[in-house]
Write a protein that binds this ligand. Structure first.
Ligand code: AMP
Ligand code: ZN
Ligand code: FE
Ligand code: FE
Length: 279
């Protein structure tokens, strides 16, 4: 069996490893197929394919989008997207610009409540990546305003916190459309984190191709449940580590959450029968 980890992040979003470093690690961990799924960015492609060839790892182009459903931040993974599609690139650029504006608003709120965090420090943390709350939390630790990354969310920037600001989000239908119009397949990411039965039905009706069944946040009961849903609705199954790097348990995460190559074959088959990007 070949191991396929179809969810991970690089420095082009909030991961700490560059595509090259990440793919090298994936090889060391025995992964044969991976998908890089940065938030709002496909900037690791096409270079990542070259690194994949160098290490003998098949790299599937991916992206992770955020959609707003009933006030919840629902993540949609897109696989096999055409990373050169002008419409996709334009949207991703727009999301990233909106993220910068939102980071500015969060910093302003922090400053108002006597946390003198500088916007520049946040952008430095983000580097080439799509800026998000993880960068703000890390910059707050760097500045010594809090002790731990989690405190930033607990006290300030978590949902509903005093310095919380919403980010721009697509509707579910638009997120799925954006992926399919770029020739990709859309998957509901880590549903165990937020998904009510109603939300699940809604996403399936919106034309989702599959569900991320394997994810570190899923208990065995989740995995079993979502696998059942996949079978019932003739959906595709995905899975991965959602690896970002920089956490204590990093070493156990990469290489431990995967689907087999048959699942990837089924995705390719679905793409093929869709008639590439004719949808
Ligand atoms: P953003 O897309 O900028 O809203 O950031 C969302 C990311 O922040 C999530 O993917 C998590 O990595 C992180 N995050 C959100 N809430 C928390 C929390 N309560 N504790 C730790 N990390 C969080
Ligand atoms: Zn992330
Ligand atoms: Fe996610
Ligand atoms: Fe993710």
């Amino acid at each position: 069996m070949l191991k396929a980890d179809l969810h991970m992040h690089t420095t082009f979003s909030d991961g700490i490893f560059s595509p090259y470093e990440l793919i090298k690690k994936c090889k060391q961990k025995g992964l044969s197929i991976i998908s890089i799924t940065d938030h709002d960015s496909v900037a690791s492609f096409p270079d990542a394919f070259e690194y994949g060839k160098e290490f003998g790892v098949e790299v599937i182009p991916g992206v992770e989008l955020s959609a707003l459903v009933d006030e919840k931040d629902v993540h949609i993974l897109g696989y096999f997207v055409d990373y050169t599609n002008p419409n996709l690139l334009e949207y991703l650029e727009f999301f990233r610009r909106e993220r910068v504006k939102r980071a500015e608003r969060i910093v302003a709120k922090l400053n108002n409540i006597n946390v003198p965090l500088k916007f520049e420090a946040v952008m430095e943390r983000a580097g080439k990546g799509a800026v998000g709350r993880p960068h703000i939390a890390s910059a707050m630790v760097d500045g010594g305003y809090i002790e731990t990354y989690h405190q930033a969310f607990e006290r300030f920037i978590g949902n509903g916190g005093p310095a919380y600001e919403k980010k721009f989000q697509l509707t579910l239908t638009d997120a799925i459309k954006l992926i399919s119009s770029s020739g990709g397949l859309s998957f509901l990411a880590h549903p165990g984190r937020y998904t009510t039965e109603e939300l699940l039905q809604q996403t399936i009706k919106s034309g989702l191709d599959g569900i991320e069944v394997i994810h570190p946040s899923h208990q065995p009961v989740h995995t079993q449940y979502y696998r059942g849903v996949v079978n019932e609705y003739f959906l595709l199954e995905s899975g991965g580590s959602d690896f970002h790097g920089g956490k204590k348990n990093d070493d156990e995460v990469l290489g431990s959450f995967y689907v087999d190559e048959v699942k990837v074959g089924m995705m390719k088959h679905r793409l093929f029968s869709n008639g590439s990007s004719q949808k």
